[in-house]
Design a protein. Structure first.
Ligand code: ATP
Ligand code: MG
Length: 264
């Protein structure tokens, strides 16, 4: 039980969801480590959606709405954290949903597909024999994709992707949208649009933005995509973090503890 007034309650509840996912067999142990790396960067940006993230989220939704064949790729962590929002976003932008795992097992695929269906997905690609097309130049199990999904997609949203696959998908000529809290990762650098935000904030934001942009004319969406520059945006994220750290260092806030307390 996490006390209701615990200062890190939200973050601890998210961890619980991932731990449950491991117990239920669809989150990989490595997913817990990946999440920890994300948490660290989230601390640095202040656990909030910064302007640069919001701009990337807008550009990403516009790109998904403009795509002929958009696909949202789902792994264990994403299924544990934002299953309903993923399905809702897919519905709003007309994207297919595909299970894609670094540590692929039939059981894990089926479990994730079931979670997505329980959250309203009508069709889930990438399970079993459906994942029989191969992304060239990749050696992990992540190279296996659906021939009706990621393989033929023009635009792919990949929350929590790894660098190798992002690069391989870009080489295939696809627009890759990544959600990654680490602005320095290879994924962040290789993606066409990088959203430096926690998936638990980014995907619900994108649902909201999709509702708003859905009714806009194509020219306006094209303008939003055209005005977005990923390298520039990542530079601004790094500037934001360094400014924030400098300010924190200046204010040098020391936590006061009661004198008689016994802290170990
Ligand atoms: P790369 O291969 O791209 O250089 P990596 O090897 O660091 O990256 P992985 O460990 O494969 O990446 O994947 C974890 C990535 O996902 C990390 O960069 C981490 O910041 C990010 N991440 C983890 N949890 C979240 C989350 N909840 N929201 C957003 N990003 C997250
Ligand atoms: Mg990696």
């Amino acid at each position: 039980m996490i006390p209701i007034n615990h200062p890190r309650r939200e973050s601890l509840l998210i961890r619980e969801r991932l731990v449950d996912g491991v117990r239920e067999g669809y989150v990989a142990l490595q997913g817990l480590i990946a999440h920890g790396r994300g948490e660290c960067f989230d601390y640095l940006i202040g656990e909030t959606t910064i302007n640069e993230a919001l701009n990337a989220e807008r550009a990403a939704v516009a790109a998904l709405l403009l795509a002929r064949n958009p696909v949202i790729s789902v792994n264990g962590n994403t299924a544990a954290l934002v299953p309903r929002d993923i399905v809702e976003l897919a519905e709003l932008v007309g994207a297919k949903v595909e299970v894609n795992l670094f540590y692929r097992t039939r059981e894990r695929e089926e479990l994730i597909a079931r979670i997505l269906r329980e959250n309203g997905a009508r069709e889930v690609l990438g399970v079993g024999d459906d994942a029989s097309c191969v992304i060239p130049e990749l050696f992990s199990e992540r190279r296996r994709v659906s021939c009706r999904g990621i393989y033929v997609a023009d635009t792919i949203l990949v929350p929590l992707e790894d660098g190798d696959r992002t690069e391989a998908l870009r080489k295939m000529g696809k627009t890759v949208i990544a959600i990654d809290l680490n602005p320095l990762s290879r994924t962040a650098r290789a993606a066409s649009i990088t959203i430096v935000d926690n998936v638990v904030r980014a995907v619900p934001n994108m649902v909201r933005i999709a509702r708003e942009l859905k009714a806009k004319p194509r020219e306006e969406l094209e303008g939003i995509v055209r005005d977005f520059n990923n390298d520039e945006n990542l530079r601004k994220v790094l500037m934001y973090i360094s400014r924030r750290l400098a300010e924190l260092a200046q204010n040098h806030i020391v936590l006061e503890f009661p004198k008689d307390a016994n802290y170990l």
